[in-house]
Design a protein around this ligand. Structure first.
Ligand code: ZN
Length: 132
């Protein structure tokens, strides 16, 4: 479990956490709240994320994501559903989440024998069975 505090930026803090802990394969879920956030919508035409600022205190109703190795480093990918004060929701690919007051994150790692390793022949990340 990782608990972020007021003022932490979720993407940066969690990216630092998985790199420091050398977590290269994991699933994440979290609940909490953001003072403000930026979510992204992947625009197929431009192949880039349209930035959608959320400039109000929102409840993090559901945050899910994963960690996988990319270019030799753990890379974090998070999606969030955010609840506004009128009960409506917005959601998308999380680009920034400024925590207030807390974000409670549960990180679940698969067994070591299910970790993916880059296959030198194909360049693909494949599940490598390891003897434990
Ligand atoms: Zn995404």
């Amino acid at each position: 479990a990782v608990v972020l505090a007021k003022g932490d930026e979720a993407m940066r803090s969690l990216q630092e956490f998985v790199r420091e802990q050398k977590i290269d394969a994991a699933g994440l879920t979290a609940i909490g709240a953001f003072e403000r956030a930026v979510i992204g919508y992947f625009d197929w035409a431009t192949k880039d994320y349209k930035r959608i600022p959320v400039e109000e205190q929102v409840e993090v109703l559901s945050l899910i994501g994963d960690v996988a190795e990319a270019d030799g480093k753990p890379a974090l990918h998070l999606h969030a559903v955010l609840g506004k004060s009128d009960g409506s929701v917005v959601g998308g690919h999380l680009l920034e989440g400024h925590v207030r007051p807390t974000l409670e994150v549960i990180v679940t790692q698969p067994p070591a024998h299910l970790r993916k390793k880059k296959d030198p022949e194909t360049g693909l990340a494949l599940i490598a069975l390891e003897k434990s």
